[in-house]
Structures are given as C-alpha cells and as structure tokens.
Design a protein around this ligand. Structure first.
Ligand code: ADP
Ligand code: MG
Length: 290
C-alpha cells in the first residue's frame, strides 16, 4: 500500500486582530491506502484545524505553510494546499469525504434522510432520481440502518443520534471516496452507541478499501480499530507509530496520561486521573518523542 494522504511540516496560524494563534506547529503524518490513522489529543490540540486544512475549509485569516499531498492512485501526487477553490471542490466529497461530531448540524432538518443522500448522488454522480433512490437504499443497508426503504422517508428528528451518524456515513461514502476524514464521529453519541459506530466505520473502511483519518480525544476508543496512531499535544505531534506499539509501549508522558485517563473495567470507586496529574508532576514537553 502507499500513502494516500501525506502531511509534511504543516503549520497553521490564525491572525486574531494582529495576534498570531499557533494552532498547528510543523506536524507530519500519513494515512495509508486501506488503513486507519488515528489522530488523538485533548480538546484544543489542533486536530480539527488539521482536518479542515486538508479540504481547504479554514477561514481567510489563516496562514498555512507546509504540504498536504494526496495520492488517490499511488502515483500522481496532488498538493492540496496549492489547489484553487474550484479544484478542491472536485475533490471534496468525490475523493475525500468528511464526517463531523454532530450529525444533527450536518443534516438539513427539513429534508428527509434519504433525499439528502439522493441529492448528493444526483449532483455528483448524475444519477436519475429513481437510480439515486435505489442506491440510497443500498447505502442505508450497508450502514446497517433498520428498514432502509422506510428510513429514506424519515426526517432527521425522527431518527436516533446513532442513526443520524449512519446516514452521514452513507452520504460520505456515496460517491466512493478514497479517503474518509472522521472528526470525533462518536463524541456526541451515547457510550453504548459509540462502539457500534466505530465498528461500522472499520467495516466500511475494509469493504471499500478506504484510508481513514480518525480524529478523537479518546485513545482507548480507537485502540481496536486504528492501524497507526499520531498523538497531538499543544499543536504538535508528540508521538506516532504503529497502533499496537504506541498502546503497549507509550513513550511520551502525554500518551501515557491519555491512556491512564480511561476507566478500567475491573477497578471501582477510585478517582480517575486527569491530564494535569501527569503534566504538573512530570512536566510534559511538547516535542517529538523520538
Ligand atoms: P481540537 O479539534 O483538537 O479540539 P482545534 O483544531 O479545533 O482543536 O483548535 C486548535 C486551536 O486553534 C484552538 O486553540 C482553537 O481555539 C484555535 N482555532 C480554531 N479555529 C480557529 C479560528 N477560526 N480562529 C482562531 N483560532 C482558531
Ligand atoms: Mg475538534
């Protein structure tokens, strides 16, 4: 396999009334074709800004340096940062799809779930209304929505949060993208639903041979599905590598802290440690670990 997405020395600053806010500081990371890279870090560490930069979705007051190479077939490399808004529009949705934390804000409440996917198919794939409906039912079956044919006619408020995220996943994969960027796809959902959505993303990733950039603050949650892990702390990547190795043998204090902040299944009644327990005592330094 080959790197589908290769971010090199990416730095992102916002100009806030003359003050520069450093949101991303010289990070590099890869997403391989057919693999999941998890980008993990606490809130505010720069994960979403990184994701949005890939699709040129950041506002005008943003200074970006570095390269974001996208290689859908492994040979030709497109530097996404150099594309015009018109060219990136061709890639958005068609070759790179994105899902967000809050499916309710991404779905239009006055349109049925099915229609929103059909519209995408009619616009991007030029399918007829009838064909788009058939394909939407197939997609709803693939994302394991109950009674897919009936689900097409439901409005977003008539389905559960987990089901809305399934509709979003169906929409994201409707145009057969190569890369899926999922930014905290389970954070707004009940704990019991989180795992099933993650398992669905994993299944679809395998079925469709997708590369996935899976963004989360919950390192334990992605442990079972990620192939590689990049840990982001205060706008830098402090540790990265094969998922098994990072989880078994975390080298950076911050990674250890993220792992320790998960409740253990067999220990009851103790206060969970928080990131500060680690940073105050052990002085986390935001530099690359190796
Ligand atoms: P994460 O997704 O890891 O929680 P973000 O990538 O959203 O974090 O944010 C990283 C940093 O960039 C934060 O300090 C945030 O306040 C800042 N930031 C994000 N978007 C903007 C913006 N449009 N203008 C100014 N600062 C921003
Ligand atoms: Mg975020």
């Amino acid at each position: 396999m080959y790197p589908l997405l290769s971010i090199k020395n990416l730095s992102i600053n916002f100009d806030d009334k003359g003050n520069a806010i450093k949101a991303v500081d010289s990070i590099s990371l890869n997403v391989e074709k057919g693999k999941i890279t998890a980008l993990v870090g606490e809130s505010g560490s720069g994960k979403s800004v990184t994701a949005l930069s890939v699709l040129k979705l950041l506002p005008g007051n943003t200074n970006i340096s570095g390269n974001i190479f996208f290689s859908p077939d492994g040979s030709q490399q497109i530097d996404l940062g150099n594309l015009s808004q018109k060219d990136i529009k061709e890639i958005r949705g068609n070759k790179i799809a994105m899902i967000f934390q809050e499916p309710m804000t991404s779905l239009n409440p006055v349109l049925t779930c099915g229609w929103q996917v059909m519209e995408t198919l009619m616009a991007h794939q030029k399918l007829s209304r009838k064909k788009a409906r058939e394909r939407t039912i197939k997609l709803f079956t693939q994302v394991e929505l109950p009674d897919p044919a009936a689900m097409v006619n439901r409005y977003p408020h008539q389905v559960s949060g987990g089901q809305k995220q399934r509709v979003m996943i169906a929409m994201a994969i409707s145009c057969n993208p190569d890369l899926l960027i999922a930014d905290e796809p389970t954070t707004a959902l009940d704990v019991s639903v989180q795992k099933s959505i993650l398992e669905l993303i994993k299944r679809i990733q395998v079925q469709n041979e997708l590369g996935v950039l899976l963004i989360t603050h919950d390192l334990g949650l992605v442990a079972d599905v990620a192939d590689s892990i990049a840990v982001m702390y205060k706008s830098k990547i402090v540790e990265e590598g094969n998922a098994m190795e990072v989880l078994k043998n975390p080298r950076h204090n911050y990674t250890k802290a993220l792992l320790a902040c998960r409740p253990a299944a067999n220990v009851k009644g103790k206060r969970l440690p928080v990131i500060n327990d680690f940073s105050e005592n052990k002085n986390i330094v935001a530099t690359t670990a190796n």
